[in-house]
Design a protein around this ligand. Structure first.
Ligand SMILES: [Zn+2]
Ligand SMILES: [Zn+2]
Length: 326
């Protein structure tokens, strides 16, 4: 194992869960399917649920962006969306990563959905605990302090019991975190946003959320192209359908087909699509999946007509709690 990547929050823009009435319909559908599949006994429930893909039972998740990456010697957290609260609980219980710290948090940018969970990251309040923040934006320290500003949060930054450090990274320059190499590359998003390439032991993860990916060709990507090269797992912004992407130009988010094109060209092994729209329920994400499958098959068909071999890319839409071993 070189890298373990766990997705604690995969939703975009705002934490969002279906209202209770919608959950009732969802549960009704699951129960109907239980009986129509030939199951009858309560003892068969666990087997039935385990036979289904996680999102079909529990949905894609509520929390906004937070990704934890572990290597044999290091732990890195990307962004402090509301997903960091569950990570914080796991750290306090000692069930994930390095529960005593120091903790390292890389900030892609500072939109609400990427900072909203930071005040709920408990290590901030533990005397002597070290929390290190990283970002390319020169205002990193001011922006993090602002998250704790009164009256938005009752405990001001100055009263945190932990020791907090700030590290402004140079664009496109590798930074060594123990045995993990992290390199920031620019994404296409309002209020500059920086993606991250994380490498260890010959494996590489590319974090490409939030991005509209208006630069697609190798020439357009230029100095940011390495973010997409020699990648084992790419996490890509797929908030929109293709027609929505056209309608929402400059909103800063992309579509799965755009990421798939890059993955096929650059031989990326696996792609996970995320930053699901706050309004997207299970059915909408499944529809995005259907459209992506249709697109992939059309690319395969086109390649076979031209006697070309399309590189094989594994892809799916990420759900909260998903863990990938590289
Ligand atoms: Zn976002
Ligand atoms: Zn954003």
């Amino acid at each position: 194992m070189s890298l373990v990547v766990k997705f604690w929050g995969v939703r975009g823009s705002l934490p969002s869960a279906p209202p209770p009435q919608e959950w009732s319909y969802h549960i009704e559908g699951i129960l109907r399917n239980f009986f129509s599949s030939g199951y009858r006994e309560p003892s068969q429930i666990a087997k039935y649920l385990q036979s289904m893909e996680t999102p079909l039972v529990g949905g894609y998740g509520v929390a906004t962006t937070c990704v934890e990456i572990q290597s044999p010697q290091a732990q890195l957290i990307i962004d402090g969306g509301s997903g960091i609260r569950n990570l914080s609980e796991a750290i306090m219980k000692g069930t994930t990563g390095r529960s005593k710290g120091p903790f390292h948090i890389f900030m892609t940018h500072f939109h609400w959905d990427h900072v909203i969970g930071l005040p709920f990251f408990t290590p901030h309040f533990i005397p002597g605990c070290e929390v290190h923040y990283y970002g390319v934006q020169p205002e990193l320290e001011k922006l993090i302090r602002g998250v704790f500003a009164k009256p938005y949060f009752p405990v001001p930054f100055e009263q945190l019991k932990s020791k907090v450090f700030f590290h402004v990274l140079e664009p496109r320059k590798p930074y060594q975190l123990e045995d993990m190499t992290i390199t920031p590359y620019q994404l296409d998003h309002p209020d500059p946003c920086w993606g991250l390439k994380v490498e260890n032991g010959g494996k590489a993860y590319a974090h490409c959320v939030d991005t509209e990916c208006t630069r697609v060709t190798r020439e357009e990507l230029a100095e940011d192209l390495p973010l997409y090269q020699n990648i084992d797992l790419m996490y890509f912004d797929a908030q929109y359908t293709l027609p929505e992407l056209a309608e929402k130009a400059n909103w800063g988010h992309s579509a799965a087909q755009v990421g798939l094109d890059i993955a096929l060209r650059e031989n990326i092994k696996t792609v996970l699509f995320a930053h699901h729209d706050p309004g997207a329920r299970v059915e909408q994400v499944l529809e995005l999946k259907r459209q992506t499958r249709e697109y992939y098959e059309s690319r395969e068909k086109f390649a076979s007509q031209k006697d070309q071999k399309l590189s094989s890319v594994k892809w799916d839409f990420a759900h909260e709690g998903l863990e990938i071993y590289l």
